[in-house]
Design a protein around this ligand. Structure first.
Ligand code: UDP
Length: 357
């Protein structure tokens, strides 16, 4: 088959690293980058480090309102689909790139394959929820990361075209977790190399809810600054000015602010951290894979499978709540593996091969 894959944001590059490697063993893949994430350390570094093929097209579309971004992507992706005439379109996750690609394809009768389908937060206030629901319903094949996601799609009447294959991010995680950690590419905002302390906490925080004003981010950093080891916090480019100012004004000397790190560094920071505090959907799963306890700072659960035995706890953007959650100990049941076996990409390709036979 000829398959057009559309990616645009950091977590999609990480998923495509595993997906493209497998897909290209038996299909022709045309890779489209919408340009949603464009900084070197949010985009190009993943293509370089993770061996993702160079995109055949880069639409260079980022910024603007949801409608502006999605509308531009719809037009750009449709043009590519009309030219390439693929047998199918494959998308990952729940970004505006996912939604635009799925809509563009389904309207011109190109079947859509959706990887990481079926996740639901239960609120349309979350913009990604709209992307997820719309894409799942436009898709001919839905690949779910967990049984819970598959159950949700069954309840929405999509059971006949939905499969549980495990989390494709786990494929990438396992691949990089086994490689040695070079530690040489972690740099501060000025580009100077950062020394990674023997013991540290790993934090990421980039969601609108926690970074739209000083208050929530200050609360999170206040909690991290009072811990018994330093915190490494790679900061999304959008939030660097705010994070730097808050740390300076409050004398948060226990926080090490860095540029976003590459995937290998993120995986190794995860594996070696004392604990993790994040508002990232992907990082909380990686903490779970690594057996490192996580506190997830948001108002709603994203991956219910991880919220067991204190392995991942929800906290408000409130320093007392975060510290209380961090003070608890986790227990790990090694037989509990809700994200599959790290071979999601192979399972996806098996199902695509048998599809419509
Ligand atoms: N990540 C990374 N470098 C960083 C921060 C995160 O490689 O500086 C990885 C992290 O390991 C995870 C993914 O990026 O695999 C999460 O992406 P992001 O937080 O942008 O999106 P979300 O998970 O919230 O959708």
């Amino acid at each position: 088959m000829k398959i057009v894959t559309v990616v645009g944001a950091r977590p999609q590059f990480i998923k495509a690293a595993a997906g493209s490697r497998q897909l290209r063993k038996e299909h022709e893949e045309i890779l489209v980058h919408t340009g949603q994430h464009f900084d070197d350390n949010m985009s190009a570094v993943f293509f370089r480090e993770m061996g993702i093929p160079k995109p055949d097209y880069n639409l260079g579309i980022s910024g603007g309102s949801h409608a502006q971004m999605t509308a531009k992507m719809l037009v750009g992706i449709e043009e590519i689909l009309m030219k390439e005439k693929p047998d199918a379109l494959l998308v990952y996750g729940d970004t505006n790139s996912t939604l635009a690609a799925a809509l563009a394809a389904v309207k011109i009768h190109i079947p859509v394959f959706h990887v990481e389908a079926g996740n639901r937060l239960g609120t349309l206030d979350n913009p990604e929820e709209v992307n997820r629901i719309t894409t799942d319903h436009a898709a001919s094949l839905n690949f779910c990361a967990t049984e819970d996601a598959l159950d949700k799609l069954k309840r929405e009447g999509l059971g006949d075209r939905s499969y549980c294959v495990g989390n494709i991010m786990y494929d990438s995680f396992l691949h990089f977790a086994d490689l040695p950690w070079e530690k040489k590419n972690i740099v501060d905002f000025e580009g100077n190399k950062v020394e990674v302390p023997e013991e540290f906490y790993y934090m990421t925080c980039h969601r609108q809810e926690n970074t739209y004003s000083d208050e929530p981010l200050t609360e999170i950093l206040l909690a991290m600054n009072s811990l018994d080891a330093k915190t490494i916090y790679p900061v999304h480019p959008r939030n660097q000015e705010r994070a730097r100012r808050i740390c300076k004004e409050n004398n948060f000397e226990n926080i090490i602010l860095t540029q976003p790190v590459g995937y290998s560094d993120s995986v190794h920071l995860t594996q070696n951290a004392k604990k993790i505090v994040t508002d990232s959907g992907g990082l909380q799963c990686e903490a779970f894979y690594a057996g490192v306890q996580c506190v997830f700072v948001l108002d709603y659960v994203v991956w219910p499978e991880t919220m067991v035995d204190n392995r991942n706890q929800l906290a408000k953007a409130d320093h007392k709540d975060i510290l209380e959650k961090l003070s608890k100990e986790q227990t790990i049941d090694p037989t509990y593996q809700p994200f599959g076996d790290g071979h999601a990409a192979e399972k996806i390709c098996d199902i695509i091969r048998d599809w419509r036979k």
